[in-house]
Ligand binder design. Sequence first.
Ligand code: F6R
Length: 609
Amino acid sequence: MCGIVGYIGPQQATPIVLDGLRKLEYRGYDSAGIATINQGKINICRAEGKLLNLEKRLLDQPLIGHPGIGHTRWATHGRPSEINAHPHYAGGFVVVHNGIIENYLDLNTSLREQGHNFSSDTDTEIIAHWIEEHYKECGDFESAVRKALGDVRGAYAVAILSEQEPDKLIVAKQGSPLVVGQGQGEFFVASDIPAMLAHTRQMIFLEDGELVVFTAEAMAITTLAGMPVQKTPKTITWSPVMAEKDGYRHFMLKEIYEQPRAIADTIAGRIREDQAEVFLEDIGLEDVFLKGLERIYIVACGTSWHAALVGKFLLEKHARIPVEVDIASEFRYRDPLVTEKTLTLLISQSGETADTLAALREAHGKAGKVLAICNVVESSIARESDGVIYTHAGPEIGVASTKAFTTQLVALYLFTLYLGDLRGNLDQQNRRTMLDALVSLPGKIEECLKLDDAIEQAAHGLMQVHDFLYLGRGNQYPIALEGALKLKEISYIHAEGYPAGEMKHGPIALIDEQLPVVVIAPHNETFDKVAANMEEVQARGGRVVSVTDQAESGLADKAEIVFVTPKIIDDLMPVLTTIPLQLLSYHIAVLKGTDVDQPRNLAKRVTVE
Ligand code: F6R
């Protein structure tokens, strides 16, 4: 969490850093701040709350000069407040930091004993003091930073400026993401690619334990111990426009509407129509390994975990391999039975989620192979995995995940086809049927999006309630969980997802005329049972909102509101039923006036465990 930005070059740093922070605000928005160097002196401007507060303050207190660094915060140590906002300054050094310093209490005690006073409650401030302390001994900015970071335990991406050597910017990474953007006679650094896209598409992805010293003309990448590291920039294909709202009121709405394109891009180039085969360019795993697999663990967090639950249905049905689904924060604490015949399949939009990364290392530690479904190219999870299936969703800025989720479902579907074929469980005829359905998917999502007005209308009658129940069965149960999560996240209405068949084992007690129950009921083998659940809800005075795939389904008299999606094969139905649920959450949140793109307490990338 937290976003950091840095700039060194001939231009004024503040507008560049501020613009970068705007693109990173999804990572945290408890406070923000910028520091620049002007005529050898560090100047800092900080404000509690959203970036807008900092922008207003900068109007009264302009920050001129270069280089510059900036930060948008998601609080870990120390409550959200101006004094805890970054950058943090001590003795001529100023630092922005993303991560957590685990031994900060020890370092803090030792620094206090040496006479240092602290002006914040953060773990970050100790870095500035610690550098100051080392500088007193060595008299060199770079060496002082190396020494200080050598004493620090935990995760960090840091950017540091010094009044002692004002023409330098130093950054380093351990456990938190950091990307360098290479311009013409200038350099940019940021926690994430979109912060730099307006300036360059030439990006260098730093590894843990690397440190970079920049001047405007040159950069030197080394390990923390000082060994030179050679890296060539990669050209990023995302365009700057992809990280803009493009006329939509919110990023979330834009991203919901981008799903037909994002899914088409995720499929593009991966289907060989003549043989009805799937081609996965970065799969990185040998056929002999995949054929001999005995078990798959799918591991993820949050929305990506919901995609994992759908993946279990797909893989067990078509590749005939036992699949276990784990929440990443639980995986490594239960000593999972990873062997050399196990595949750990990680799903992560950002590729930086700390718990998912830890699960990756757990699997590797047990000699297991890891495949990742990931949206961010060259993210930590993508780099450390043995293979990757990239979703081509483009940058997802809205904190609530939408297009990343549906493209993850598509990536799982492609992998299922690939594995089912390889292991002889899916013949050409079946593959062709499945691929034909897949190709029709973007068009069917377009049709789902036409429900938008009706859903907005329905939201007016649902926004006042305090609780929602979502029910789904089979591969729609994860969609019930996802629908409930979306509503909770952005409207702050309590919502629970349940397997429809479980309703009678407890949640039925909640039902009264105040409780809307969203029932996902496509026409599959369990339709009659799910329809019976609706009657049970109605009989107890509950309000039924149904999502189904057939207008003439007899649901009109069982439900107060019915949203009808197009039909598609059952394996892809979860993608279509997701769309109305995303729109429902969105419209309820807008009507309630919440901050849709940056809901309270959340951050887009959870890079702390
Ligand atoms: C919910 C949401 C989160 C993420 C979760 C995992 O809308 O976005 O639940 O899905 O934090 O993030 P990634 O997929 O980046 O690992």
